[in-house]
Write a protein that binds this ligand. Structure first.
Ligand code: DX5
Ligand code: ZN
Length: 217
């Protein structure tokens, strides 16, 4: 299975975002963490920065919205140029309607689960989605330790995807590094977000290659 590696610009230098995006040109997607200081206790960036980033790189943008009221805001991220938009199910009022709206506007629709949110209640929603994100840390900050206790949820999600014969991608985000990525891949993840493991490295492009190699081994 080909692994997709999505560097998270949360760990990049926000004053040099265009250069930081170029530094990982071999990445599959650029992971853009949008935080509103309400859904999570941290504040990052919004629609105007996504619009500018879109012009600064050819790498498609994977926007992870850690915000309240994604029903209202997510469509604007598609218009800003995101190729994939992830909303948190804990914050969405109408996840099916929202996923359909994201798709109708031309982006991939993705839904995220915080560590304490189980996948089972959402089994019937899976056909509405292009990607499911299993958080492997509590969302809000980069550089946190990977939660091994999430591995069974990754495994169960992969089984549900197979059971329904879906093409859904399974993303993991949080604490993904050269020492944890193999466990995630073995459990069934195929899209890997990595912030500090990429931008904390001396050579971010080499870090992307090393992560991909481990995930595919
Ligand atoms: C955390 C964000 C992640 C973060 C991951 O809430 O959603 O995308 O950047 O950072 P690392 O890879 O350092 O755990
Ligand atoms: Zn993220």
């Amino acid at each position: 299975m080909r692994a997709q590696i999505n560097p998270s610009i949360l760990s990049a230098d926000f004053a040099r975002l265009a250069d930081e995006a170029q530094a990982v040109a071999g990445a599959d997607w650029l992971h853009v963490d949008v935080m509103d200081n309400h859904f999570v206790p941290n504040l990052t960036l919004g629609v105007p920065v996504v619009e500018s980033l879109r012009k600064a790189t050819d790498t498609p943008l994977d926007c992870h919205l850690m915000i309240e009221d994604p029903d209202r805001w997510a469509p604007q991220y598609v218009e800003a140029g995101a190729g994939s938009v992830t909303f948190h199910v804990e914050a969405a009022a109408a996840p099916v309607r929202l996923a359909r709206e994201i798709r109708a506007k031309g982006a991939r629709a993705s839904m995220a689960l915080k560590p304490a949110t189980p996948i089972e209640p959402y089994e019937d929603l899976l056909p509405e989605l292009d990607m499911l994100l299993v958080m492997t840390v509590e969302p809000g900050f980069g550089g946190q330790a990977f939660l091994d206790i999430m591995l069974p949820k990754i495994r169960r999600t992969r089984e549900l995807i197979a059971k329904h014969g879906l093409e859904l991608w399974l993303q993991v985000d949080g604490g993904v590094s050269e020492s944890t990525i193999e466990r995630c891949a073995e459990a069934g993840a195929d899209v890997f977000v990595a912030g500090s493991a990429v931008y904390g490295a001396d050579d971010p492009a080499a870090a992307v290659r090393a992560l991909r190699e481990k995930a595919e081994s």
